[in-house]
Design a protein around this ligand. Structure first.
Ligand code: EPU
Length: 417
């Protein structure tokens, strides 16, 4: 891409990656056809589709609408080749255990944003009466029928909350999950489960109370819009001093992020169809601290570091959710950014301009952050390993082109050394 163009115009956000994968897993809880709309066309959805098919489900539909038909007795094993490609495959653990009484899910191993434990998933299921073991690279769990339990999460883990929720809806009796995650994607999952007949109280709060039921029935559900994709375009508008309407963007799910962008000098206007972000001057540096929702999303941290890289002043960015989410900073430094890290803090001294160079995406959000940096760098920036970005951003290049960016996609093989 060649930096310098201003992002202007309209961009439409699809359903959220981090919601739809869990909604697809939740369909396993009921025999019959669950229909999801607003489904993004991204690689992770294809991987989850393959996983559901291997479990005996029929998955069909249009690119944005999926019908998932679950058999009376789905399979109960998630293979390593899929889990390795998509860590979120672990979200079938809870629903398969609840539905089949047994489950074998390959252990995902490490990834590029840090060591990611499963201890709270396992401890919670054990509290519900499951026997859970690690054996030959698989997490193996069994429980003829799970029993309701009181579970306290040490940290409001999104994945643990979702797995335990999906296990609890079919457990015998009442489960209380305290210090539960409150992300909009967790709320979206609760709403699908409720539509399927689950009894869940406290939705959107940090205490979820679930009264287990005997069985669930399939439902139709619209996926919540992707707040991370919406936030990425909002940051892009600010960095390029542009003017972007994010159609389908939910400002209410991005309150702190949009407030930070206003502090940087942007104007944000709420619209019926979404929101608009406009910027006319060089952004001012803003500090950011990532935290579980409603705190600032870790998934937007790379974008905010890229923004700080060209802002006026010095910003301190603190990452509290993933231990290695600063790995991509060395790539930003290749673009001329002035960044120093110390533990989970990054101090970014803004530069007037960045300078284009070849860089490598280390994970999905790092990739998006590097693309944003390339949009304002002088000359040509080439981001390689963009397969990471394909995992969660539908038609990213086309969307940026539609907003006026000078960016194109090259065959990935051509980018490898
Ligand atoms: N953790 C543990 N033990 C556990 C569970 C989590 O130590 O049993 C730790 C993790 O290692 C991490 C922290 O707790 O340091 C938070 O993990 P959490 O479980 O909340 O995250 P997740 O469910 O693995 C989801 C999203 C992430 C997003 C986080 C936080 C999906 C598929 N992934 O991950 O999205 O950053 O919540 O909001 O929903 C992304 O889209 O790029 C992405 C990484």
């Amino acid at each position: 891409m060649v930096g310098g163009a201003r992002l202007a115009g309209e961009v439409t956000v699809t359903g959220a990656k981090n919601s739809v994968l869990k909604l697809m897993a939740a369909s396993l809880l009921a025999e019959g056809t669950t229909v999801l709309t607003g489904v993004p066309r991204i690689v992770d959805v294809s991987i989850m589709t393959e996983l559901l098919r291997r479990l005996g489900c029929v998955v069909q539909g249009t690119p944005t609408k999926l019908g998932i038909t679950v058999p009376e007795r789905p399979g109960h094993e998630a293979d390593y080749d899929l889990v390795r490609r998509m860590r979120a495959s672990i979200c079938v653990l809870g629903p398969l255990l609840a539905r089949c009484g047994e489950v074998r899910v390959a252990l995902p191993g490490g990834d590029n944003i840090g060591s990611r434990g499963l201890n709270w998933h396992i401890d919670g299921l054990a509290k519900m009466g499951a026997s859970v073991q690690s054996s030959h690279g698989f997490l193996v769990a069994s429980a003829p029928r799970l029993a309701g339990a009181s579970i306290w999460l040490d940290f409001p883990s999104v994945g643990a909350t979702e797995n335990l929720l999906m296990a609890a809806v079919l457990a015998k009796g009442r489960t209380v999950i305290d210090n539960a995650a409150r992300e909009p994607e967790v709320v979206d999952l609760c709403e699908l489960l409720q539509a399927m007949g689950a009894e869940i109280g406290g939705v959107g709060t940090s205490t979820l109370e679930i009264e287990g039921v005997e069985s669930l029935t399939p439902a139709t559900h619209a996926t919540v819009p992707d707040r991370v994709v919406a936030g990425t375009f909002a940051i892009g508008a600010v960095m390029t001093r542009g003017d972007v309407v994010v159609v389908n963007g939910r400002a209410g799910h991005l309150e702190i992020a949009l407030d930070k962008l206003c502090t940087a000098g942007a104007t944000v206007e709420l619209l019926e169809e979404g929101f608009r972000v406009a910027m006319t001057e060089r952004p001012r540096a803003v500090d950011v601290v990532t935290l579980p929702y409603p705190g600032f999303s870790t998934d937007l941290q790379p974008g905010m570091i890229a923004l700080a890289g060209i802002s006026d002043g010095t910003a301190m960015i603190t990452e509290n959710v993933f231990e290695s989410r600063f790995m991509f900073i060395d790539e930003l430094i290749r673009l001329g950014a002035d960044i120093r890290t110390d533990g989970h803090h990054a101090v970014v001294r803004g530069r007037e301009v960045l300078s284009g160079a070849p860089v490598r995406a280390t994970d999905i959000r790092a990739g998006a952050g590097l693309v944003l940096a390339g949009l304002v760098a002088d000359g040509v920036t080439t981001v390689s390993d963009v397969h990471h970005i394909d995992r969660g951003y539908q038609d990213f290049v086309q969307q940026l082109q539609g907003l006026g960016a000078d960016v194109r996609r090259e065959p990935e093989d051509d980018q490898r050394p």
